[in-house]
Design a protein around this ligand. Structure first.
Ligand code: GDP
Ligand code: MG
Length: 157
């Protein structure tokens, strides 16, 4: 194992979801993220293919809204990023707020920008294992950078 491996528990994965209303807020959303102490380890804009969205959201496959989620998430580009911070997964879930923006607390990204559950502006991983899986779904180790600007080469535990 080398010194450049990201340790589980030190990062989370996020997407800014598609839609004109989200695109115009990308700058402000990223500012909220960095001001909350997250360091951007990787970032890109990408349009998901249907198969990719189906795989990414496979845990929702038996829900009645699954097809709507896949359709929406493939309707335009997302901004995908890996965010680094101590306690990243839990702290980022706090920063984004509840799934239903009507239940999200003041100061959260969803409270500020989201109008409904089905277009709730951002995704955030819900566990360290899922953060690791979701980050590697979008980014190779050569696309993930530590604070010194070096890319990672393998997994640390
Ligand atoms: P999250 O982790 O807070 O994003 O919530 P979940 O993992 O439970 O659900 C994933 C995504 O599915 C949510 O962010 C919503 O965009 C969408 N979703 C969840 N519940 C509903 C629902 O009742 N209706 C619709 N249309 N979408 C939903
Ligand atoms: Mg989730």
């Amino acid at each position: 194992m080398n010194n450049y491996a990201p340790k589980k528990g030190t990062f989370t994965f996020t997407m800014i979801k598609p839609g004109e209303e989200n695109q115009e807020n990308i700058g402000e959303i990223l500012t909220m993220i960095t001001e909350a102490g997250f360091r951007i380890q990787s970032m890109k804009m990408i349009r998901l293919r249907t198969k990719q969205a189906e795989i990414f959201y496979r845990h929702l496959a038996d829900k009645p809204f699954f097809n709507d989620v896949v359709k929406y998430m493939t309707s335009g580009p997302v901004v995908a990023a890996v965010l680094e911070k101590d306690n990243a997964v839990v702290d980022y879930r706090k920063l984004i707020g509840a799934t239903n923006p009507e239940e999200a607390e003041e100061g959260t990204i969803r409270k500020r920008f989201a109008k409904s559950t089905d277009r709730n502006v951002v995704h955030g991983s819900d566990s360290d294992d899922n953060a690791a899986e979701e980050a590697s779904f979008f980014f190779s180790m050569g696309e993930r950078f530590n604070s010194k600007g070096f890319c990672f080469f393998g997994w640390g535990q």
